[in-house]
Design a protein around this ligand. Structure first.
Ligand code: CUA
Length: 339
């Protein structure tokens, strides 16, 4: 949409499912604001010019009360305000809550001073660029390796802080082919303004082709994220404690999404954040019945490696749970239908 004069764009291109409704909401809010501002300022000017001190206006029979007028100016703005609130809340939930889609594409994003590292589930990595297919929901799982960054794609009307220490997800569904700006929208140091990039929305065929062309190079080893995690798992000798026959550490199969009872009695769901902490700072979340003997891996793994390990753990096959076992019931809720 552009201004009728000078062809000035009013807002950036809209290229995601949420963009158009968000623009409409914005337009409605601006329209309402302009309308009520005009009414208030119009009346102020009218009354000032009519009733200034010394004017010859008729001041007999002053009005003190008009019930229907007072109800109208209270209830109509209230209804409009609630309407805007309800609409905005619906949009906010739609943009924040996971899209229940088997089809969703999981992209892992690590922000660091001063670049964006993306990783596709099939292992392809790219820096400051993101290729996504049109018409498919994309779920970003994001974390920062140092300070707070913010992942901002104006054309998708989407922005989320990327913080150290915990994962944050973000959803969008690109609807239009093209090349769109990616910004860091949180001041993060001297080269914050250079922490930009491009999101390429391509056809599903071109996306497949891009995946094929980028299986190697750029640090890609032709393996998926979870295969990279498996290689790390073996390299770090995790199995010497976590293999089921070892009985030193808790077995990892079926762990993701299950409820864990910790040695201090807390019950936690083994989600992304829990698994990250269990790898980096295991003694803080020792599982009930096990000794707190696992060494912390903080400082020894990059955030990308932690994600790879979590993806591998997530994909370890789930053994059939015995009746009444502390595994499973929360699984569907945590996964939200997405794997
Ligand atoms: Cu990263 Cu600003």
């Amino acid at each position: 949409m552009r201004l009728p004069i000078a062809n000035v764009p009013i807002w950036p291109e809209g290229a995601s499912k949420a963009a158009h409704e968000l623009d409409l909401l914005y337009l409605v809010i601006v329209g309402l604001t302009v309308f009520f501002c005009s009414v208030v300022f119009g009346l102020v000017i009218y009354f000032v010019s009519k009733y200034y001190a010394g004017s010859k206006a008729d001041r007999s029979n002053p009005a003190f009360h008009n019930m229907s007028l007072e109800l109208a100016w209270s209830l109509i703005p209230l209804a409009l305000g609630l309407f805007v609130f309800g609409w905005a809340a619906k949009l906010f939930v739609e943009m924040q809550a996971p899209i229940p889609s088997e089809n969703a594409l999981n992209i892992y994003v690590v922000g660091k001073q001063w670049m964006w590292q993306m990783q596709h589930p099939t292992g392809q990595r790219e820096n400051n660029e993101l290729h996504v297919p049109v018409g498919r929901p994309v779920k970003l799982t994001m974390i920062s390796q140092d300070v707070i960054h913010s992942f901002y794609v104006p054309a998708f009307r989407t922005k989320a802080d990327v913080v150290p220490g915990r994962y944050r997800t973000l959803w969008f569904e690109p609807t239009k082919l093209g090349k769109y700006h990616l910004f860091c929208a949180e001041y993060c140091g001297t080269k914050h303004s250079e922490m930009t990039g491009w999101v390429y929305v391509v056809t599903p065929e071109d996306y497949e082709k891009w995946l094929q062309d980028n299986r190697w190079g750029m640090g890609n080893k032709g393996v998926t994220v979870s295969q990279a995690g498996q290689a790390l798992y073996e390299q770090l000798k995790c199995s010497s404690c976590h293999a089921p026959e070892q009985r030193i550490g808790p077995p990892l199969a079926g762990l993701y999404g299950s409820t864990r009872t910790l040695s201090d009695g807390r019950k936690v769901v083994a989600d992304y954040d829990y698994l990250r902490q269990a790898i980096l700072d295991p003694q803080a979340v020792t599982v009930s019945g096990y000794e707190p003997i696992m060494p912390p891996y903080r400082g020894q793994l990059t955030e990308q490696e932690v994600i790879q390990l979590i993806e591998y753990i997530k994909e370890l096959s789930v053994p059939p749970a015995p009746p009444g076992a502390d595994v499973g019931p929360t699984k569907d809720k945590v996964l939200g239908g997405n794997r």
